[in-house]
Design a binder for this molecule. Structure first.
Ligand SMILES: [Zn+2]
Length: 310
């Protein structure tokens, strides 16, 4: 079907994205929940449908992999690409969030690896932040920049509320679910997002810690704000893989250390994610601040008409 933005949608799919490929009908190309994380989260699922989605912002990091978890349709997107070839500052965050929304996603879970800024947040800690600090430098972080899209649509300049950057319902669900599963998740804290791809110096790390911030990562921004700009719920689940440079006394954090700790925890993180998926409210039941983020705002983007899915 043709929509007002000139794209050709996929039987009932949302507007503005163009899914291609994969077997099945339109339903196979729909999902209400999105998970942005590595291939370890969906690789073993049965009946995964791989689809490519074009967006007005260029290609997302990879195909979307759609499957079912606890009766819920979930779209998985490898944040860094399936070959992990995209560093944090090269990720097309706008395309990623747009692609997810275009297949019906309204609630997004964003697991990521972080460094702990306090000694008590050692490797293996799961922290569900409630605040974010942006210390990135080169990333496009809005859909509403007044720049014309390829089809000629010009988004308006609007300002979304971001005082509370994460979905309160998603956060609550994540913390309760992790704790019920025996992982004592830290409820709240500030994620500071740095440009990377290098790790912090000791001085930077000590400064971050001195501000009272909790964990440091490289991908949480602009993922969270772009989700908000599309009216999506976004919940960050941060897994501490190391003590950041200022919080430890050894050689400082290394790439291998991060990968090893993440690999050691990916199974239980996946278990928590799937339990959270099962516990999230139905799409049509959303009544959180994220669901109302665009109320009263004229975005100029016709594609942002809501199409509930489960
Ligand atoms: Zn929400």
């Amino acid at each position: 079907m043709a929509d007002s933005s000139g794209n050709v949608g996929d039987g009932g799919a949302d507007l503005g994205g163009v899914p291609h490929g994969g077997p099945g009908d339109g339903f196979a190309h729909q999902a209400g929940i999105g998970v942005i994380g590595g291939s370890g989260f969906y690789a073993f699922l049965d009946d995964v449908t791989e689809i490519t989605v074009e967006t007005p912002y260029g290609p997302p990091s990879d195909s979307l992999f759609l499957g079912e978890v606890a009766g819920r349709r979930v779209a998985f997107l490898p944040r860094h690409g399936r070959k992990h070839h995209l560093p944090p500052h090269r990720i097309n965050y706008r395309a990623n969030l747009w692609a997810l929304r275009s297949v019906g996603v309204r609630q997004v879970l964003g697991p990521c690896a972080v460094g702990g800024l306090r000694p008590e947040y050692g490797p293996g800690t799961l922290l569900v932040p409630d605040q974010i600090v942006d210390r990135t430098k080169s990333r496009v972080q809005t859909y509403y920049d007044g720049e014309a899209l390829p089809d000629g649509t010009v988004p308006n300049v609007v300002h979304v509320a971001f005082a509370d950057p994460y979905c309160p319902v998603g956060r609550r669900t994540a913390v309760a679910t992790a704790r019920a599963g025996g992982w004592p998740a830290v409820d709240g804290g500030t994620l500071v997002v740095v440009e990377g791809p290098r790790f912090s110096t000791r001085a930077e790390s000590r400064w971050h810690a001195a501000q009272g911030w909790s964990v440091v990562g490289m991908t949480g921004h602009p993922e969270a704000v772009l989700a908000r700009e599309l009216g999506l719920c976004y919940t960050s689940l941060t897994l501490v893989t190391d003590l950041d440079a200022g919080a430890e006394t050894g050689e400082g954090v290394s790439h291998d250390e991060v990968l090893a700790v993440f690999a050691a925890n990916v199974d239980r993180l996946r278990t928590v994610l799937f339990d959270v998926v099962a516990a999230l409210p139905a799409t049509e039941a959303r009544d959180c601040l994220c669901a109302h983020a665009l109320d009263g705002l004229d975005t100029g983007l016709d594609a942002l008409v809501d199409h509930p899915t489960r």
